[in-house]
Each structure stands twice: as C-alpha cells, then as structure tokens.
Design a protein around this ligand. Sequence first.
Ligand SMILES: [Zn+2]
Length: 461
Amino acid sequence: MPKLSRVFLLSVFLLSIPLTVSTHASRPDGTAWLDVYREPAARLIGEAMSSRFAWERLALLGDTFGHRLSGSRSLEEAIQWTIGEMKKDGLENVHTEPVKVPHWVRGQESLEVILPRARPLVMLGLGNSVGTPAAGVDGDLLIVRNFEELDSAGPRVKGRIVLFNVPFTNYGETVQFRGNGPSRAATLGAVAALVRSVGPAGLRLPHTGGLRYTDGAPQIPAAAIATEDADFLQRMQDRGTTVRLRLKMEAKFLPDADSFNVVGEIRGREKPDEVVVVGGHIDSWDVGTGSTDDGGGCIATWDALRLMKKLNLRPRRTVRVVLWTNEENGTRGGTAYRDRYKDQLANHVLMLESDDGLLHPSGFGFTGNDAARTRIKEIATLLRGIQLDRIGPAGDGADIGPSVQAGNIPAMSLEGDGNYFLIHHTPADTIDKIDPMDVSRASAAIAVLAYVVAERAEGLK
Ligand SMILES: [Zn+2]
C-alpha cells in the first residue's frame, strides 16, 4: 500500500478516538471500561491494515516449503523456519516442544475404470489408508447414498468396491462417510472403499482427509474421487451398467516421526503465568500448500504477537502463540500441549484457534460462561471498523480442544463465510485464493482480542 493511504488509514482510526473518549461518561451500554483500549486497538488495526506483511509471510511459507504432512521433511523445515522468524520478530521464549507424530506416506496411486471401457478417474487416497497390492485391487462397483443403503445391500457388498456417493451438505454431516465409511463397508466384505469428495462440487477436484479404521474391522484401502466422477459412476449404475474398477495405492505407515509444536510469547508484565493462547496448526495434508488449512491460521495468530511487539504493547498477562503439529492425522500436537501444560491450564484465560481458512473472515465463535461472553462481545465492538465484531454461539478447534476440555477454558475460533470447503484438503489450497486484506483483518482482530483480554485487570470476568 502506498505511504499516503497508510497515513490516511491511520488518521481515520486516530481521529475517531477523541470523539469516543469524550462521550464515555454517558455511554449507556456499560462499555466505558473499553475506552482505554480504543487507542491501542486503533494502533493495532492501523498497523495491520497498512501492510501486506502477514500475507507475504504466508505466501513465503507455502512457496518455500510446500505442503507439510506429519513426518515430512518439509514440515520440519517449515518449523525450523518459524523459529528463526519469530526470533527476528522479537518474540520471547521462542522454542519447540517435541511431539511424536504418525508418519503416513501416500506414494503413487491411481483409480481407473477397466470395464466397460477403460478410463482414469481423479482420486486422492484417504489419509491413514492402507495400500493395495502392487497389481491393485479390482472389483465391481456398488454405489450407496447413505449407511442404510449399505446395510440393506448386505451380502451384495462382498467383493465389491463401494462408493459412498453422498453430496456435501456441511462438513460435520458429510465427513462421517469419509471417516467411518471404509470400515462399515469392510465389515460387509467390501475390498475397497471410495467416497465422493467431502466438499461442494468444484472443478473435478478430489479432497483427501483422514479415515479411522474401526477396531476389529478388516482394513481396506480407501480413496476420495471428484464429484463429477461420482456423478458419472452413479449414472452408469442407474442405467444398470456393471462398472469394474481398479484401485492402486502405495500408501503406508512408517514408524512415528519426531516433530514439534512451536511456541512464542510476549511475556506479561504483571502476571506472566496467566496466558492467552492463540494459534493454528503448522502441518497440512500433502496436497496444495496448506495455505488456508492452516498456514493462514498460523500466520495470522503469530502476526497478532508481532503487531504487539512492533507497537511496544506489553499486556499484563502473557500472550502465547502456539503452532501445533499433526492436527490433520492425529491431533498429537494438541494433546501434547494439554499434557505438557496440565498443571497450568487453570491459568489459561482464553484459547483462540484459527483453522477455518482466511477466506473472508466474518467473526468469531465463542464458548464460555455468560459473563465471559459479554466481555468478548464488548471487546469485539472494537472490531466494527474491520467487520469482525460478530460473535457466534460456539468457539472451538481441534488443537485447542483437548486443553479447553481438560481445563474448562473459554474458547474462540475465527470464522469465515468464504468457500473454504471448496478447496479444503485439495491441490487447490494455495495462497492465490486468499486476499491480503483478509489476512490483515484477521491478524488485527486477533491482536486486539488477545491484547485486551491479556491486559484487562479482571480478564474475562
Ligand atoms: Zn485445519
């Protein structure tokens, strides 16, 4: 952004301060306590919105290291890079915390129709899947649209490759077919499982993601196919055409690997042992560059601390950024954090995770008691100017979840109304989908929330 508009933006924010201060005595909504935070909030927002720093850093992360699956060299190199960069930012207590992570590798893979006429299909093996023999697994296709259809197919499932052709409604609802479908089909004798990709119809994009084998069920290979290919196969079945498929996957687990959570802080000036935690997960699936899932969440939460440091804002309590490892196929980083800090969870004032992409952030979800919700809603009024003042009914995150539950800690998550699930876990999860202004808005908003909660004498009470 040119210097002139930077000055202009700052002036707009700063000019609004005397007006708000002069009226605080008569403020009817009980938010007069916020007035001392208007000036630092305006500075944080002004600093974030006047540059593309965070977006550039996110682009650099993806361009330099690519995707970051647990066990990969690129993940560990990215982790080492974040340590160096956090130190350059002047963050304090920058360090890694060791975590053993699963090491699943995809290898070569393919899916093709072999009868009635050969043609390749677009696929991605599901994370944690077993592989096939080198020659692949052949089977006649059986398509079901829900678990009831699978169960009523009964003995017809044996020896088949089962496709769960379930159109995307929302993630929570549709993902169960990816997570549990393979074991449900295997229990009835299927030789492999396919799922229609968990996401809205795109441009022939397969979406990977983890599966969970049920204890005691045979482990069969499983993959996702593009929605267009699922529709094609459905039309063939509806016409009564027998379709024979061949699935080849080299997927396998190697021994657990060494990885790390990354931690950086702004140490609190009065109550350094009380902490506000913000963060995202540094690992990603092994396709695309994990720029929305979850490079953006890492960079935006980290940037909140960089902004505070740059503006010499040292709050009463510690603000800690954590970049968790292994969210995607194990959540080992999140559970390791809980275990490591189990005696200190009572001193966690708030945990905030950003893991919803940075595609038009629209507000935050919050889970906590009523008093804390009221405080958060009041603080969020400082974010009206960047349209991030909406506080939704529930805040959570896979990485903060274990600690939040163990310590009964108030939880927040950044939410977006962009089409996150269109590119989620696909080769299209790349930086070009993300608007630099959205990264700045997210960084600014997280900085203001974390700063005010960490600074306010009463915390969230
Ligand atoms: Zn994620």
